[in-house]
Design a protein around this ligand. Structure first.
Ligand SMILES: Nc1ncnc2c1ncn2[C@@H]1O[C@H](COP(=O)(O)OP(=O)(O)O)[C@@H](O)[C@H]1O
Ligand SMILES: [Mg+2]
Length: 396
């Protein structure tokens, strides 16, 4: 058996594919960000006010995922900080730290003070944060990344508090950079938060295929050994990612996963077949991740769809609702309304897990015809993994 392990290791050790795979990982921060010059310039000129010790306007950054928002923001702050020491900055990803408690605790910890994981009141945390911020006697730029995810779950209270914070600080001043992947999300914000964050707005448009190709080429040189990847393959990855709303992360994932498959199989160059397989693998991971992290009732609805489709070729919202209701009842869980189930079906349609087509049934009015958009196996796996309650339901 151990020769299997030897084989795997030897493929990696003697990789004829990667020179340095880490250049293709999502967390790598590049030293150059081609095609984002305009956004970088605008952000830098707003933030450069710190040179005169003036508080920069707050900045609201928006654009779809993979358009370089996080990378460009980190790039500007890092490089500005190297040249100026009149300010500090800290970066918080509010998808990971997604409650008021975690966000305030994160700020305090990044300013160098430990905080218990739970147990303090948010009022107490807020007081500690103010004290810690004041101790710095500087301008502090706080980046709140992916605020759409946080606000959707917990509302915008903490954002509101942060936009008002300067009235309570004496020696230090705070300037905010809020980043969102969801462009429409702004409309759900408290108008006061919206106007305060939106003092300056920077939009990150999707990359087109040509720009992606350029970005990929530069990185591929660093990541792959010579002659592993041709310009044609890079164009192919760029074109695929451009179709997928110009997402650079997707483009890098394609290159990396295609390389990994080639490496695993002991090949020394990347062909379009590997890119194809990479695309399928990535799509599976994406779908799995979405399903696995759905809220409980959304999972129940999806389970109802699967159950219903085991003896019908498509389902109406009413049929799904009935199965959902019985399932919820069988585990003594209160049902949500049919209206809400219909919304959930729309959400599942938007992320590409089901198709929900509106059909007109004459005098019976309109209904939706629901079907699966991805394989049943991947849905079941996503639903049941790490979820004992659902696994129990499924096995009954
Ligand atoms: N112009 C660019 N040049 C080089 N790499 C880029 C560029 N734009 C994005 N990337 C890379 O693509 C990935 C996604 O970018 P990111 O900043 O995380 O996007 P967003 O925050 O908008 O979702 C990251 O690995 C980033 O380094
Ligand atoms: Mg980001």
């Amino acid at each position: 058996m151990s020769d299997i392990i030897d084989d795997v290791l030897s493929n990696i050790k003697n990789s004829s594919i990667f020179k340095s795979r880490e250049y293709l990982l999502p967390e790598y921060v590049p030293d150059e960000l081609p095609h984002r010059e305009e956004q970088i310039k605008k952000m830098a000129s707003v933030l450069a006010q710190v040179y005169r010790s003036e508080i920069p306007n707050n900045i609201f950054v928006y654009g779809l995922t993979g358009t370089g928002k996080t990378a460009a923001t980190r790039f500007v702050l890092k490089n500005l900080r190297i040249k100026l020491d009149t300010f500090e900055y800290l970066y918080i990803n509010t998808r990971q730290s997604d409650t008021s408690y975690r966000i305030l605790a994160d700020v305090i910890e990044k300013l160098g003070e430990r905080v218990p994981f739970t147990g303090l009141s948010t009022a107490e945390l807020y007081r500690r944060m103010l004290r810690k911020l004041n101790d710095f006697s500087k301008i502090i730029i706080i980046v709140l990344d992916e605020i759409d995810a946080m606000v959707k779950k917990h509302g915008d209270d903490v954002l509101y508090k942060l936009t008002r914070i300067n009235t309570e600080l004496e020696r230090s001043k705070v300037s905010l950079i809020g980043i969102t992947n969801d462009v429409k999300f702004v409309d759900n914000l408290d108008p006061r938060v919206k106007s305060s964050l939106g003092e300056e707005e920077i939009v990150f448009p999707p990359y087109n295929a040509e720009q992606l190709e350029d970005i990929l080429k530069r990185r591929a040189k660093l990541a792959f050994k010579p002659d592993v990847i041709s310009d044609n393959i890079i164009s192919l990855c760029a074109a695929l990612a451009a179709r997928d709303h110009g997402d650079a992360r997707r483009a890098f994932d394609l290159l990396r996963v295609a390389g990994e498959i080639a490496e695993r199989e002991g090949h020394s160059n990347i062909t379009s077949e590997y890119v194809d397989r990479a695309r399928i693998e990535i799509e599976k991971d994406r779908v799995y991740e979405i399903i696995n992290t759905l809220p409980f009732h959304s999972k129940l609805v999806l389970l109802a769809v699967i159950k219903g489709l085991s003896n019908k070729s498509s389902l109406t919202t009413g049929e799904i609702y009935e199965i959902y209701r019985q399932t919820a009842k069988s585990i003594s869980t209160e049902s949500i309304t049919q209206r809400r189930v219909s919304d959930i079906l729309n959400e599942l349609d938007m992320v590409g897990i089901v198709t929900a087509k509106v059909v007109n049934r004459g005098r019976y009015g309109k209904t939706k015809e629901v079907n699966l958009a991805v394989s049943k196996e991947i849905i079941i796996k996503g639903l049941l993994d790490n979820d004992e309650k659902l696994a129990g339901l499924w096995n009954r």
